[in-house]
Ligand binder design. Sequence first.
Ligand code: 5MM
Length: 332
Amino acid sequence: MTSATLADTAEALVADGKGILAADESSPTIKKRFDSIKIASTEENRRDYRDMLFTTADVGTYISGVILYDETIRQKAADGTPLVDKLNAAGMIPGIKVDVGAKPLAGHPEETVTEGLDGLRARLEDYAKLGARFTKWRGVYRIGESIPSPACITANAHALARYAALAQEAGLVPIVEPEVLMNGDHSIDDCEEVTEEVLRSVYAELSIQDVWLEGTLLKPNMVVSGDTCPEQAGVAEVAERTVRCLKRSVPAAVPGIVFLSGGQSDEQATEHLDAMNKLGDLPWKLSFSYGRALQAAPLKAWSGKAENLAAGQAALLERAKANSAAATGTYA
Ligand code: 5MM
């Protein structure tokens, strides 16, 4: 595996007008999603739901790659075809979430550190054999009274960098995801300040661990007001502050930044991305790696019923097209 392969994969994931579908919900998270449509989170329902998403006609025109969960990368559809083969047939690159979740950070009761480094080298080899070409690891940071602490910021940055180095060694592009949560009544000023500090720490650690930036992607939060903050910033302010923050902290060698949606509405996530791309003069591609903002509509339209398959797929295609336009700043 050469660095050219890593760069080719990273660039393909942020090809013009394309972004990523995050479908890597762990078992507890997919259960929550299925609870909202009142269906049981069985292995069969999870398989059929993901099969519905991945076989949407033309979705590969707008979606470059899909992040999978461990169960899904090993799963076969009801017709016996591995779901990974279905993704490849539709022109979408299979990826895999490789962290094992955010766990309590010792001595810091309100904070977490993401785990999964033990045995990661062997798991990465296994995932590469199963067809993955890129990976994802998410660190989580909460804004509150005196948090995130230096302990949380440095522990998560270190883990993200160790993960990224191991992924590149295995020939898999690491998507580095430091998520500053939007939950809380903090202002957009606080979000901008914390996001910049977090990103600076992540790039300092990536440099220490000799991660080759051209073969990586960043998956950050946007700079937004806390979800219960009485004063909510508008689209133009979110776009300007997010781009300013990223320009201050993300090296130009990074080929692409693919945002998470983080609890924004579908429409907000699209409008914010579009407004950023309309600003122009950016050193990296700006696109999406949305979970909820791509899946909320198809999940509801499908609602676990085979007869709603076409409605679910139409809903996914609509969101994928809108975000594809936003990724080139041409969303109307
Ligand atoms: C799809 O959600 C992912 C899985 O989360 P859990 O490990 O907690 O089940 C999540 O990592 C996701 O990839 C990102 O946070 C982006 O998703 P959103 O919904 O924020 O766009």
